[in-house]
Design a protein around this ligand. Structure first.
Ligand SMILES: *[C@@H]1O[C@H](CO)[C@@H](O)[C@H](O)[C@H]1NC(C)=O
Length: 73
């Protein structure tokens, strides 16, 4: 009985930690075009356009004729 409770508690703990890590984890993706004047906004729009959740903030790096977005969801 006690070990079952322990197992349950650790399961809840692990899923909580995993969920939290996923939330903080930055999302990276490469899109066509440059970063533009406001890379933050450009990247947020790119993520929305591809159907992902709207990031709260992004960093943009020009990458040839593409740009790399690193966003926090
Ligand atoms: C990026 O844009 C969002 C929404 O406009 C804003 O809330 C956020 O603070 C901006 N982040 C940076 C790093 O400028």
């Amino acid at each position: 009985m006690k070990s079952v409770t322990l197992l349950l508690v650790s399961c809840i703990l692990v899923s909580f930690i995993m969920g939290h890590v996923k939330e903080v984890e930055a999302q990276k993706d490469i899109f066509l075009g440059g970063c533009g004047k406001d890379g933050n906004k450009t990247c947020i729009n790119d993520f929305v356009k591809k159907g992902a959740n709207k990031p709260s903030s992004c960093e943009c790096d020009d990458f040839g004729d593409e740009h790399l977005c690193r966003c926090v969801m």
